[in-house]
Design a protein around this ligand. Structure first.
Ligand code: ACO
Length: 324
């Protein structure tokens, strides 16, 4: 039996756009360096009144409208974020209240840039066991609030935003190679690498929020190996091959990582959805944001075979194969 079906997608971005040239006015960098090393040209940065919860709620409303379903039918909300509005309660509960669908399950998942992949798998598992009939899975971040704006090696890389999907529990008659839904997922973590990409604060260690710290070149090397391995794993498990894939929707960290990973699998660049140029790295939001962009501009259509993949701090990484 194929897993949960994706009924709709939505996304939201902060109003303010910051270009590389604007960034270069307050940190020692240049448009040329950022574009050449990362492919990023601009990012959206949350302003006053915009938080992870407000962006997540806007993305969730857009996904509900796209799916044509009412918020009252949502029994499960999982929100992936590393930048919650508060240490607790979970930002998912604020979204639930804003949508007016109180009473079901709502919690956050912390797996940084892989958070959406983790949240999607957990939601699919809960829907398969009958814990709820419909779910909202959201990735939402305001990374700008945990950046050290004097550290040019990290602050140029990230942006803010949110993406969401509506999932429906699978039915027994939805089976076969072409049946829509989540076909297979794989998740991994390697805690031995936690100090390559982390935030240097937290409630229990420093009682501060902290800032993002990263050893970029090492992260880059691990990302290409881990992502190509997990993609091969999902293909082997599900019996599909790389040539069957219509679209890859990768975590939007760096255009060079996207290219190198696709090349290792023999996937041509025209099948890879790229939004890193406009959004930069929005961590847990990046995969659902890119998925929504490519659905709304007509590239990803019903029946397409789509691979989602991401890697983030921890390290954590994963991939999901979905028939739209
Ligand atoms: N502007 C100008 N120069 C810079 C900047 C900047 N913003 N940042 C670094 N430099 C300089 C460095 O100081 C260094 O100068 P030096 O040679 O005089 O010492 C030079 O540029 C090269 O630095 P590297 O770090 O070696 O540059 P690299 O080519 O590796 O690119 C980057 C850095 C873009 C961070 C790259 O390593 C990368 O993308 N790594 C992966 C990071 C990533 O994707 N993280 C996210 C994945 S997980 C997640 O999303 C949470």
């Amino acid at each position: 039996m194929t897993g949960s079906r994706l009924l709709g997608t939505g996304s939201a971005l902060p109003r303010q756009v910051v270009t590389n040239a604007q960034l270069a006015e307050w940190v020692d960098t240049s448009d040329e360096w950022i574009v050449e090393r990362t492919g990023i040209r601009q990012r959206h940065i949350a302003g006053e009144g915009e938080t992870t919860a407000t962006l997540a709620t806007a993305a969730a409303r857009a996904a509900l409208a796209d799916a044509g379903v009412d918020a009252s039918s949502i029994g499960l909300i999982i929100l992936a974020t590393a930048t919650p509005d508060n240490t607790f309660p979970a930002t998912a509960t604020k979204v639930q209240d804003a949508l007016g669908c109180n009473g079901g399950i709502a919690f956050d998942v912390a797996a940084v840039c892989s958070g959406f992949l983790y949240a999607l798998s957990v939601a699919d598992s809960l829907l398969r066991t009958g814990m709820a009939k419909r779910a909202l899975v959201i990735g939402a971040e305001t990374f700008s609030r945990i950046l050290d704006w004097e550290d040019r090696t990290t602050c140029v890389l990230f942006g803010d935003g949110a993406g969401a999907v509506v999932l429906e529990a699978p039915s027994a008659d939805n089976a076969g190679k072409d049946a829509p839904g989540i076909i297979g997922s794989k998740l991994h973590a390697d805690g031995a690498q936690h100090d390559l990409l982390y935030v240097d604060g937290g409630p229990s260690s420093t009682q501060t929020v902290g800032h993002v710290r990263m050893r970029g070149p090492e992260v880059f090397r691990h990302a290409v190996v881990n992502l190509s391995d997990v993609l091969k794993e999902v293909l082997a498990d599900t019996g599909f091959s790389a040539s069957d894939i219509d679209w890859v929707v990768p975590h939007q960290a760096n255009a060079r990582i996207l290219d190198a990973t696709a090349r290792k699998l023999g996937i041509t660049p025209d099948k890879v959805i790229v939004t890193v140029d406009r959004h930069a790295n929005t961590s847990a939001a990046s995969v659902p944001l890119a998925l929504d962009v490519a659905r709304k501009d007509g590239r990803i259509k019903a029946g397409d075979l789509v691979m989602l993949e991401a890697m983030g701090g921890g390290f954590t990484w994963g991939a999901s194969l979905i028939r739209m």
